[in-house]
Design a protein around this ligand. Structure first.
Ligand code: NIG
Ligand code: FE
Length: 421
């Protein structure tokens, strides 16, 4: 089954083989984006077979003249992008938390709401009282929504279970979503998201529970690709994070951790020490943190939706890129700090709040997030042999229009695994 997209106004984020495919882009290179004007893209079943300038289309037509399944799309005036990879979400959750949103509007902080039993613990209670089937149905609807906003791969965390049974329940839900959704999904075990009320006076016992009971069970059922800890003021300490990540390493789980959202918590450094795939949030990133990241393979990941929604200080993204670091941008889709998984909006926010250029933003939401969820061999750019997860825009004047026209869906067609959705 072949699909040919012709007359593409601009084919964005292409990679020619010859030199090895890139795994990520850093520093000044983030401002470079390889594109072909007036292009075609040839998809063969679920992978990208070829692409190039329309001036070479005769060769393609000749090669495929006997291929009776060649479907054609004329993309006149439209652009084609690789799908976004969203490397940080909590999109399995029950219900919603708009009441806390009102508390926030009235002046309470994220930490104050959490201290009153709201926040993550509120979602934990809701999740406990919701069946696996219902959780699957709610999360599937969210997956379908983000798919049509251009996301082709997504990481989903547990962390609203906070007991052995409910963490496993969440991870089983994610496993089921991997089976029923066409999106590429990675799962992350986040037992250390918050301390449940019954362990408030004995946090060590909860960390022990994570290490001795949850992790072995998660590993036994092969339910997680990665491990996460909310390493920040008022949540888990550097020492506790160290213990959890050391234990997870024995099961081969690489960390992707929540760090430095609320303070200079040491989260970045402990992540780097454990060769984390990514450290995420990073509002409090200073010279020491940048130095540690420069010597690492860890992807610094910014979550503009959460910073915007909570009215936080913004991470020093320009300073980080000037120092030579790569940047990834993810949605953090969750009911408490970022109730949206719209990666187009993440792109707009990143331009506005962090003064990133559109080129930097497209690199940060495709190749760099693919790295941050370890799918860069198969996704993140338009390259021959990669998975055919792409989207076709509506007719737009330029790619800069994508982040500029915030709030509306600029995507007309979504193609996942080579199939039009
Ligand atoms: O990434 N910072 C920690 N966890 C989530 C929030 C989860 C929630 O409030 O439900 C985050 O922002
Ligand atoms: Fe998060």
């Amino acid at each position: 089954m072949k699909l040919l997209i012709k007359n593409i106004k601009k084919l964005v984020q292409i990679e020619e083989e010859g030199n090895q495919l890139k795994t990520k882009v850093s520093g000044k290179d983030m401002n470079k984006l390889n594109c072909i004007d007036n292009a075609y893209l040839l998809i063969n079943n679920d992978f990208i077979e070829d692409f190039g300038s329309m001036s070479e289309i005769e060769v393609i037509n000749k090669k495929n003249k006997d291929c009776e399944y060649l479907t054609e799309i004329d993309a006149e005036g439209r652009m084609v992008f690789p799908s976004f990879c969203d490397s940080h979400t909590h999109l399995v959750y029950a219900g919603s938390r708009e009441i806390e949103y009102i508390d926030k509007i009235k002046g309470l902080s994220y930490e104050e709401i959490a201290k009153r039993g709201g926040g993550i613990l509120n979602s934990s209670k809701l999740l406990h009282n919701t069946s696996e089937e219902e959780l699957i149905a709610q999360a599937f609807e969210r997956l379908e929504e983000i798919k049509m906003f251009g996301t082709g791969a997504v990481e989903i965390k547990s962390g609203y279970g906070l007991s052995v049974e409910d963490e496993i329940k969440m991870l089983r839900v994610i496993k089921k979503l991997k089976e029923i959704s066409p999106l590429t999904i990675k799962s992350t075990f986040l037992g250390a998201h918050a301390v449940p009320a019954e362990y408030k006076s004995n946090q060590k016992a909860y960390v022990d529970l994570i290490i001795n009971k949850m992790l072995p069970k998660v590993a036994e059922e092969n339910l997680a690709d990665f491990v996460d800890v909310f390493c920040d003021r008022g949540f888990f300490t550097v020492e506790e994070t160290d213990r959890i990540l050391s234990a997870a390493a024995k099961y081969g789980l690489r960390p992707k951790i929540h760090a430095n959202e609320l303070d200079y918590s040491g989260g970045i450094q402990i992540g780097v020490k454990h060769n984390a795939l990514s450290v995420d949030h990073l509002e409090y990133t200073g010279d020491e943190e940048i130095k540690a990241l420069l010597k690492s393979n860890t992807m610094p990941t910014i979550l503009p939706g959460a910073a915007f929604f909570l009215g936080m200080v913004y991470a020093p993204v320009r300073k980080m890129m000037n120092a030579g670091l790569p940047i990834a941008l993810a949605s953090d889709f969750n009911p408490g700090s970022s109730p949206s998984g719209n990666m187009q909006f993440v792109c707009s926010l990143a331009c506005i709040a962090y003064k990133m250029t559109p080129e930097e933003v497209f690199n940060a939401t495709t190749i760099n997030t693919a790295y941050a969820m370890d799918v860069n061999k198969e996704l993140g750019t338009i390259a021959r042999g990669k998975k055919a997860n792409v989207f076709i825009t509506k007719p737009i004047p330029s790619y800069e229009f994508m982040p500029y026209a915030f709030g509306s869906n600029k995507i007309e067609k979504v193609i996942i695994n080579g199939k039009i959705q």
